[in-house]
Design a protein around this ligand. Structure first.
Ligand SMILES: [Zn+2]
Length: 336
């Protein structure tokens, strides 16, 4: 519902009405989502016990009536949210047993809820037109699953890093002793095939100057470490579905008070990556003059991005003027 409300926007038009089955008695809708509010566990459920069998209780018979009210509101498409295992095990003369017949005869489709609502990097291609659209809407939904301070954050961080399977992006302006404890975890991620990219401030930054050894250690473990001039974002994006965002430098925090949110949602995660030009900024060029990789990412006052060689001994350096080149943005990416 929250995901639906998100796409309704502020235009005033509501895409869906919500209420009990009785509330909609006498009305019809093109699409009805009937939530039985029953799962795999427990025994006191109404819809699962609804029955018209000769020996059925009044309660069980009323259950059938309620089910009937719900499903006859629909004109074209009915979604039922319930327990697949309960439905498939239901007896013949029950509404759920009828549903099971439909599923077996392929007149109804059963889609696992986790496939629809688990934040996917991409909507699975085999969901069909309607379910794909639904999955897309649900993927736009964002859930804040944790709010951490500087003490609790590292447990959350370790858990989320261990879950990384495909990609891991870290923006941490500074590196400090904190990094040493994280290097093994980052190394594990790289070894199991996770693409790890880290953005830190360039080594001439006042706060980073003393940490050149640490950055060297980091580069030995993580293939892509990008130097960014006066970067201040603190972001971690895991597997294009989980974002950790707030005030905390994940690779350097030591004494300060901080807050970090864990935000789940594939759409949001991809939006952040696009916003930060993650792909375009993860490919620093070699210096065109000295051919070295002491190149950092910078931005001019007018907003344009460029790469610049910060090697003081670079052959392309004349006084304050260093070798530089504009950032090439991939097609479709914005320049800002
Ligand atoms: Zn150079």
């Amino acid at each position: 519902m929250e995901a639906l409300r998100d796409i309704e926007g502020s235009g005033g038009g509501r895409l869906a009405e919500v209420g009990t089955a009785h509330r909609f008695q006498g009305r019809e809708f093109p699409v009805v989502v009937f939530d039985t509010v029953e799962d795999d566990y427990g025994d006191g459920f109404w819809m699962a016990h609804a029955s018209r069998a000769p020996e059925a209780t009044t309660w069980a018979r009323n259950g059938v009536r309620l089910f009937n009210v719900a499903v006859t509101r629909v004109q074209t498409r009915l979604y039922v949210i319930g327990s697949r295992s309960r439905i498939l095990a239901a007896e013949e003369h029950t509404p759920m047993g009828k549903l099971a017949e439909f599923i077996r005869a392929q007149r109804a489709r059963s889609v696992s809820a986790t496939r629809l609502i688990a934040p996917n990097a991409q909507v699975p291609p085999d969901l069909g037109q309607f379910s794909s659209r639904l999955a897309d809407v649900l993927s736009r939904h964002v859930e804040v699953s944790d709010i951490d301070n500087e003490i609790s954050f590292y447990d959350t961080f370790a858990d989320r890093l261990a879950e990384a399977r495909t990609s891991l992006w870290i923006w941490s302006p500074w590196t400090a002793k904190r990094l040493i404890g994280l290097l093994p975890v980052l190394g594990d991620a790289v070894r199991r095939g996770v693409r790890v990219t880290v953005f830190v401030r360039d080594p001439y930054d006042t706060g980073q100057k003393k940490q050149t050894d640490l950055v060297k250690q980091l580069r030995k473990v993580v293939p892509t470490v990008v130097s960014v001039n006066v970067m201040h974002q603190k972001i971690v994006v895991i597997g294009e579905h989980t974002v950790l965002l707030g005030s905390l430098n994940s690779l350097s925090q030591s004494r300060s008070r901080e807050v970090m949110l864990t935000i789940k949602g594939g759409h949001f995660a991809r939006k952040i990556l696009t916003h930060e030009h993650a792909e375009d900024f993860a490919r620093p060029p070699r210096c065109g003059a000295c051919k070295g990789d002491d190149v950092d990412l910078r931005r001019r006052g007018n907003g344009t991005w460029y790469w610049r060689c910060f090697n003081r001994a670079c052959s392309g350096r004349k006084g304050q003027k260093a070798w530089e080149t504009p950032v090439r943005f991939s097609r479709g990416a914005g320049q800002r």
